[in-house]
Design a protein around this ligand. Structure first.
Ligand SMILES: Cc1cc2nc3c(=O)[nH]c(=O)nc-3n(C[C@H](O)[C@H](O)[C@H](O)COP(=O)(O)OP(=O)(O)OC[C@H]3O[C@@H](n4cnc5c(N)ncnc54)[C@H](O)[C@@H]3O)c2cc1C
Length: 383
């Protein structure tokens, strides 16, 4: 495998392992997972067995101590075959990174060593995509903290082990507080299963919390300081890993589209779809657009790792470019495959449906245009 992502030796080995898991387990199951709209438990189990769920956990607690760069590389590889699994995995990496930074050693070990699955539970029916202003509550009681919430669209809902959860602060000033919420906590229910247009293997269901009890020690960061956790840890990782999933999806659709246009013939003269110059032009556009986003993503990773001044701008641009460009590339994949694109066996329509999600995952694309516009005009981005 080429070291496109500039991984260190250990990261390269882990990416090779991920490639093996994708080829042996994830790719063969991808269409079935989509069709059945069920959680890809075999894929997550294979990732667990290969030690890949512990990618971002520190070595000191039994993980690999890798970070953003390796997470992006693994996410992109999985997304080329199963975007649903890739999204489950990135949500786990990001939630684990929050617990790595703010959780106790016991919590961190409890995730890394057995390979527990985590996710982010920020989105709510009340605050919708504006995750930075949760309306759900956390109230101190004699036996701990009681959570009340109506979360919407939470990846791995009901199948993961721990939610990294946002609420209003208990007592402090500020917009939010973050918690590690064990999925078995009493008072948590999944009111209805996920039956989505795309990313159908995600179990992105709503979660209701009714006086769900958790220990106060499960707070991640200070009361009222959730915004700092969201901006400091979650935003860069989620934006760049989400972009990686978009890049992987574009690659997956491109490979399948090329296979179709180079193998499908007009039998009256034996020519192929790819013999049409317009089709090759569209294929070239797909490749170019994907490569442009990948270049931006690589620069954004450098910017974050080096603490560059433009890091926040690059992070926001990457999430937006990934989501928006992926829509264009998947439209082109459908176009060059024509009527055959509607057939599931060609494989493009699954990527087309999956590609619709990135732009409505918060921060949504329209909000990103606004944030980036403010940054470019010298205004405070989040003001
Ligand atoms: C498959 C999938 C998986 C998900 N997984 C998770 C998860 O694991 N955890 C989690 O917390 N959430 C998750 N989400 C939720 C996601 O992050 C968003 O919160 C959710 O999709 C927002 O949807 P909404 O329609 O309620 O947004 P709304 O806020 O109602 O936005 C609707 C539209 O309004 C416009 N808009 C909204 N805000 C602005 C703004 N500030 N500026 C300009 N225009 C704006 C945009 O056009 C936007 O698309 C997931 C969503 C999907 C689709």
């Amino acid at each position: 495998m080429s070291n496109f992502w500039k991984l260190d030796e250990a990261g390269t080995k882990l990416l090779e392992k991920a490639d093996e898991v994708v080829r042996d387990v994830i790719q063969p199951l991808a269409a079935k997972i989509d069709e059945e709209g069920r959680f890809p438990e075999e894929n997550i189990e294979a990732m667990r067995k290969a030690g890949l769920l512990a990618l971002v956990s520190a070595k000191a607690v039994g993980g690999h101590g890798q970070g953003l760069r390796a997470g992006v590389a693994v996410a992109e590889r999985i997304a080329r075959d199963c975007p649903s699994t890739a999204m489950v995995v990135i949500m786990h990496y990001i939630a684990t990174a929050v617990i790595e930074k703010h959780g106790t050693e016991a919590m961190r070990k409890g995730i890394a060593q057995p390979g527990k699955l985590t996710t982010l539970a920020f989105s709510e029916f009340g605050s919708r995509s504006h995750f930075w202003v949760p309306v759900s509550t956390a109230t101190k009681s004699a036996d701990g903290v009681r959570l009340n919430a109506a979360k919407q669209l939470i990846t791995s809902a009901g199948v993961c082990d721990i939610y990294v959860w946002s609420s209003k602060p208990v007592a402090a000033e500020g917009l939010s507080t973050i918690w590690a919420v064990p999925a078995h906590s009493s008072g948590l229910t999944i009111p209805k299963p996920y039956a989505g247009l795309g990313l159908r293997g995600n179990c992105s269901a709503p979660i209701t919390a009714k006086d769900a009890l958790i220990p106060e020690a499960n707070r991640l960061g200070e009361d009222g300081k959730g915004f700092d956790v969201m901006m400091g840890v979650v935003l860069p990782l989620f934006s760049l890993m989400n972009c990686a999933v978009s890049v992987g999806m574009m690659g997956g659709a491109l490979t399948r589209a090329v296979s179709h246009v180079t193998n499908s013939k007009y039998s009256y003269d034996g020519s192929k779809i790819a013999d049409l110059p317009q089709v090759r032009g569209h294929i070239a556009k797909m490749q170019l657009k994907m490569d442009m986003v990948r270049g931006l993503l690589l620069d954004a990773i450098d910017a974050v790792e080096q603490g560059r001044e433009d890091a926040t701008l690059r992070v926001l641009e990457s999430k937006l470019a990934g989501a928006e460009t992926s829509l264009e590339v998947h439209d082109l994949a459908m176009r060059v495959c024509g009527g055959a694109a509607f057939r599931k066996d060609v494989g493009v329509e699954r990527f087309f449906r999956d590609s619709r999600a990135a732009g409505v995952m918060a921060p949504v694309s329209d909000a990103l245009y606004e944030f980036i516009g403010k940054a470019v005009c010298g205004m405070p981005v989040f003001g």
